[in-house]
Design a protein around this ligand. Structure first.
Ligand code: G1P
Ligand code: ZN
Length: 544
């Protein structure tokens, strides 16, 4: 065996963000940049000798190159076996499924999620632990600490593995198994949902759907599940071939970036149901005919209808949502008599709640929905859940959601993103708010009275760990909220996120455009944060 120990020098910017280390492709192409981070991961783990690692990515540019490096480094560092998706492909939820199913030690997922790809785009790497979920903060902090002092890495000198050929090959003393990227995940979906019922529904002439995979990782999964297993007509899945640059698009399933699907669903002769997923397959957007379902409402509706679906027929242990997500799921939880947990942004905070059996469904406003079936959010799972509910209720998406609002009230919701603003004033804005908001209690803005203002701090109910400074919250006495935070996934400058929410119980007032319903809160937020003065912007770059 030809194991090389290579001298290296630390990089000072390998701090994992909301979801792993995300940088431009060119940063990752810097000599030893990837190797340093991978070795820092391995150096932060204990007791993996001889065990199994899962490796795969969303197929973006540099995925195959990175996988070859990781395989050779895993072999040199003493892993016994690596399971890698065919072609280097594994969606994030499929990787989570495979880690759990084969009781792997952990997994490495190569993805920058919804960020654009290609030689000028972004790349990313994240480590998932044995429960299949993102590494918790204590692990990512250890990886970062190691990356700051690292002086060598180990790599096996050996020929590349053929990632397209299914089957096992030896890499030194380690076995590499190239596995079908779709099969295990599809089987898990089949165990949760009523495929017979969905198949019957999809084949009825009265129902038409379109699934936009945005030239990203879910194409092969969606084709197998919807078109082969569930018998949807060929062409149901569009943009189904994963491309290294996602066809030049921005693989983020929202109203702005999934515009082709939006046009179709809001156009003449629109299908009844539309869905899209992101670069690595963990996000989803749900559309009905001329109807958009906010991700927060989607979580609430799925929770309220969960017992219609075989995998959840016995009910839910609890619901968890990230802090900026609307409080619509809280209302369902209250009605069901179960807990609703409010966690910081990022899926890693759901892991403990799911492992401890405290939550069954989880969601984020950022088009992320999932459950205890894996430890990541799961785009196609959400689509299948909706299809199962539609197949049972035989009503339109719009009818189901408006009926939901009648029962629970409507949480008007919107997120305004100010992308790529200068970093220093963005941090200044947050610092200003941090000192301002605790003084606001009782202050009146128009019809709104401030109930509380804080910088969200979370104490994990399972392990007691505390995460501070997770976003500025301003709550009003009528339940409305304004939230500010800076993105932890961007790669250029800073991104300011402003989250707005108000509550309307009266069904006759539930039909407004959210931007109108939230107009006063938007103005209050601008006044409090001095967004224009500090960022130079008076309009967000993206509204979802
Ligand atoms: C964003 C979303 C967050 C999500 C993360 C990874 O993080 O806001 O909900 O978990 O992407 O998909 P942010 O850029 O806001 O830190
Ligand atoms: Zn993603």
């Amino acid at each position: 065996m030809n194991i090389h120990t290579v001298s290296t020098q630390p990089f000072d910017d390998q701090k994992p963000g909301t979801s792993g280390l995300r940088k431009s492709v060119t940063a990752f192409q810097t000599r030893h940049y990837l190797e340093n981070f991978v070795q820092s991961i391995f150096d932060s783990l204990e007791g993996y000798a001889g065990s199994t690692l899962v490796v795969g990515g969303d197929g973006r540019y540099y995925n195959r190159v990175a996988i070859q490096v990781i395989l050779k480094m895993a072999a040199a560092n003493g892993f016994g076996r690596v399971l890698v998706g065919q072609g280097g492909i594994l969606s994030t939820p499929a990787a989570s499924c495979i880690i759990r199913k084969y009781q792997a030690f952990g997994g490495i997922i190569l993805s920058a999620s919804h960020n654009p790809g290609g030689p000028d785009g972004d790349f990313g790497i994240k480590y998932n632990i044995g429960n299949g979920g993102p590494a918790p903060e204590k692990v990512t902090e250890a990886i970062y600490a190691r990356s700051q002092t690292i002086d060598q890495f180990k790599i096996l000198e050996v020929a590349d593995v053929d990632l397209d050929q299914l089957g096992a090959v030896q890499l030194g003393e380690m076995t590499v198994e190239v596995i079908d990227a779709v099969a295990d995940y599809a089987e898990l979906m089949q165990s949760l949902f009523d495929f017979d019922r969905i198949r019957a529904y999809l084949s009825s002439t009265a129902f038409r759907m379109s699934m936009d995979s945005m030239h990203a990782v879910t194409g092969p999964y969606a084709q197998v599940i919807f078109e082969q297993m569930l018998g949807a007509p060929a062409g149901t899945v569009v943009n189904g071939v994963p491309l290294e640059d996602f066809g030049g698009g921005h693989p983020d399933p929202n109203l702005v970036y999934a515009h082709d699907l939006v046009e179709l669903l809001f156009g003449k002769d629109a299908p009844d149901f539309g869905a899209a997923s992101d670069g690595d397959g963990d996000r989803n957007m749900i559309l009905g005919q001329r109807f958009f379902v906010t991700p927060s409402d989607s979580l609430a509706v799925l929770a309220a209808n969960a017992t219609l679906v075989p995998g959840y027929k016995d009910g839910l242990a609890g619901i968890a949502r990230s802090m900026p997500t609307s409080q619509a799921p809280d209302r369902v939880a209250a009605a069901l008599g179960i807990d609703c947990y409010e966690t910081p942004t990022g899926w890693k905070f759901f892991g403990n709640l799911l492992d401890a059996g405290k939550a069954t469904l989880c969601g984020e406003e950022s088009f992320g929905t999932g459950s205890n079936h894996v430890r990541e959010k799961d785009g196609l799972w959400a689509v299948l859940f909706w299809l199962n509910v539609l197949a049972v209720r035989q009503e339109s998406v719009e009818a189901i959601v408006t009926e939901h609002w009648k029962t629970y009230g409507r949480n008007y919701y919107s997120r305004h993103d100010y992308e790529e603003v200068a970093s220093e004033p963005a941090h200044q804005l947050m610092d200003n708010l941090r000192s301002l908001v605790p003084t606001l209690k009782g202050k009146v803005y128009g019809t709104y009275e401030v109930d509380y203002g804080d910088d969200f701090s979370y104490t994990d109910p399972v392990d007691g760990s505390i995460s501070k400074k997770q976003g500025i919250r301003i709550g009003f006495t009528d339940g409305s909220r304004i939230v500010f935070r800076l993105s932890g996934t961007g790669t250029k400058g800073a991104t300011l996120r402003l989250y707005l929410e108000s509550y309307e119980a009266d069904p006759t007032k539930q039909g407004l455009d959210p931007q109108d319903a939230l107009g006063d809160l938007i103005a209050i937020a601008h006044e409090m944060a001095q967004i224009k003065a500090l960022t130079g912007r008076d309009q967000p770059t993206v509204i979802t």
